[in-house]
Design a binder for this molecule. Structure first.
Ligand code: ADP
Ligand code: MG
Length: 269
């Protein structure tokens, strides 16, 4: 963890990032001065209440949007200086995206979905073989010809992960990747992300609402009202292979212990 690459370049190095949206005559400052440095091989989650600016920050990290002020070096490249065409190229080459809703094409096989980024990247090489290898890496070597409708939610998300991986990106950005999955599929997906991070050292940034998911990563950044209010390492991250999520009742019990709204917990049953 936190190993520097040869140049000592951070994967993400942002300083003093602000973002202001203008709606009608009103300026809304959504990010108010964010500094964040993420080293190669880190596995980090961004948490925070709805509206705190998580998606806005992810869009900037993903070079999908430009900040209003501040600097962003992505793998040493000054992203703010780039025109849209170059931005798109950098995005395709350096970043793999995974979304809550999988964002798969309905009438396209798993294999073809994973070939698409290679097609856009324009290089030569054996696209079909690389796509197959990426699908095998997420345990879907036997689902190459399946359409999304023929796959479970967890399997669809694994296709999306294979698609994010196939260009060998420097960075994976995932916005609530387990948000639409049941506990078991969420666990499969976390196993894959942990494995990729541990074995291939892929830098991974998650947005999640779920503290259980965040505890599988190595560092948590907490946003509130457009500012980072906490940035802490997780000393003993959960291992997705073995960690058992407590039952809902057990989770509720702790909630009640900490914060039931007057009266005793038993009075709520
Ligand atoms: P989060 O992902 O943490 O829920 P967002 O980054 O989506 O938060 O949004 C933060 C704030 O910025 C919200 O108040 C939202 O309404 C506002 N916002 C987001 N995108 C836009 C936009 N394109 N135009 C105007 N306001 C926006
Ligand atoms: Mg959001």
């Amino acid at each position: 963890m936190n190993t520097l690459n040869e140049n000592g370049t951070a994967v993400i190095d942002i300083q003093g990032i602000t973002k202001t949206y203008t709606v009608g005559e009103i300026d809304l400052q959504v990010l108010k001065g964010i500094d964040l440095r993420i080293e190669p091989g880190e596995f980090l989650s961004i948490m925070g209440p709805s509206g705190s600016g998580k998606s806005t920050l992810m869009n900037i990290l993903g070079a999908l949007d430009q900040p209003t002020t501040g600097t962003y070096l992505l793998d040493g490249i000054d992203v703010a200086q780039l025109q849209e065409k170059d931005l798109a190229r950098i995005r395709n080459k350096k970043i793999g995206f995974v979304f809550q809703n999988f964002n798969l094409l309905k009438r396209t096989t798993a294999q073809r979905q994973v070939e698409l980024p290679l097609l856009y990247a324009g290089g030569g090489g054996n696209r079909s073989l690389w796509a197959k290898t990426a699908l095998e890496a997420v345990g879907l070597g036997n689902r190459l010809a399946h359409l999304p409708s023929e796959l479970s939610g967890g399997q669809q998300q694994r296709v999306a992960i294979a698609r994010a991986l196939v260009n060998q990106p420097t960075l994976i950005l995932a916005d609530e990747p387990t948000g639409n999955l049941d506990t078991l599929s969420g666990k499969d997906v976390m196993q894959i992300f942990q494995k990729l991070n541990r074995e291939q050292g892929i830098t991974t940034v998650f947005v999640t609402h779920d503290p259980w998911i965040a505890r599988h990563t190595n560092r948590v950044v907490m946003l509130r009202d457009g500012l980072i209010i906490a940035d802490q390492p997780i000393t003993n991250p959960l291992d997705a292979d073995t960690a058992e999520r407590p039952s809902e009742a057990e989770e509720l019990a702790t909630v009640f212990e900490n914060a039931y709204y007057g009266g005793k917990a038993v009075e709520y049953n």
